[in-house]
Design a protein around this ligand. Structure first.
Ligand SMILES: [Zn+2]
Ligand SMILES: [Zn+2]
Length: 260
């Protein structure tokens, strides 16, 4: 499979990194994890085929993870038309409001020239096709925000997920945004992983890397990179990885392609 890190920044774009989006391609089919801006442009400029996109998995409804959804949906008109089915797996707390947003922008899912399915994600299995199965695990990243929004009578419940994928006989996890402690990561790593795609903004490398180095992981891909590790700071992060990790790792940059 080929993994393309379309966007590798945190909540803000920087001069060299855009918001979160990672594409996995296998057997001529594409799966996206998160669709931060400007995902549709990055996808096109990477030479990817909108007709190959099969599913999108959104970890949580922060703008840096879902802000590119509307234009991505718009660009699916360059796909395979009525033969194409695309599934969006989104936290269930927002699904009706996301649908209304797409309708307001004249890209209503039911009026697209393809089959576009919006599926609400809660903890547990959330997707399956002939190649891929996916399950969602909560991360706790939005616990406080969920409480604050609920107190104001808004329907937000603070859902945020990691995704565990079975693809090509391998087990791959996307951490999603995490709290600083390792409670949720512990669950994610309860069984061995062939690849962990790990966020590197809400946790500190000097705390997480020694812990990760003892976990059953075959390879680590770091993304959602915090400012201190952009540009010249990347060398410092690499040094810490070499110091603590007994397995191979990659520090993602925008547009990087990784054979796995
Ligand atoms: Zn984020
Ligand atoms: Zn977030």
């Amino acid at each position: 499979m080929l993994i393309t890190t379309l966007g590798t920044s945190h909540g803000s774009h920087t001069m060299t990194r855009n918001n979160s989006a990672t594409l996995i391609e296998t057997d001529g089919v594409g799966y996206l994890v998160d669709c931060g801006e400007p995902v549709a442009a990055s996808y096109r400029r990477a030479g990817k085929d909108f007709g190959a996109l099969r599913a999108l998995f959104v970890t949580h409804l922060h703008a840096d993870h879902v802000g590119g959804l509307a234009q991505l949906t718009n660009m699916l008109k360059h796909g395979r038309g009525e033969e194409q089915t695309v599934t969006y797996c989104l936290p269930s707390e927002g699904i009706e409001r996301i649908r209304a947003y797409l309708e307001a922008l004249y890209i209503a899912p039911e009026l697209r020239p393809l089959t576009l399915e919006l599926c609400g994600v809660d903890e547990g299995p959330c997707y399956e096709d002939e190649r891929l199965t996916v399950a969602a695990l909560p991360t706790g990243h939005l616990e406080t925000a969920g409480r604050q929004y609920a107190e104001r009578g808004l329907p937000n419940r603070g859902q945020a997920f990691s995704y565990i994928m079975q693809l090509e006989g391998r087990r791959i996890a996307f951490s999603g945004d995490q709290p600083r402690d390792f409670r949720y990561l512990g669950r994610l790593l309860a069984d061995p992983l062939d690849l962990l795609v790990m966020e590197m903004t809400h946790i500190r490398p000097d705390e997480i890397l020694p812990w990760l180095g003892e976990q059953p992981v075959r390879k680590l891909l770091l993304t959602h990179i915090w400012d201190p590790w952009h540009g010249p700071g990347e060398d410092r992060l690499r040094e810490m990885c070499f110091e603590h990790l007994p397995f191979p790792f990659t520090i993602a940059r925008d547009g990087m392609e990784i054979e796995f």
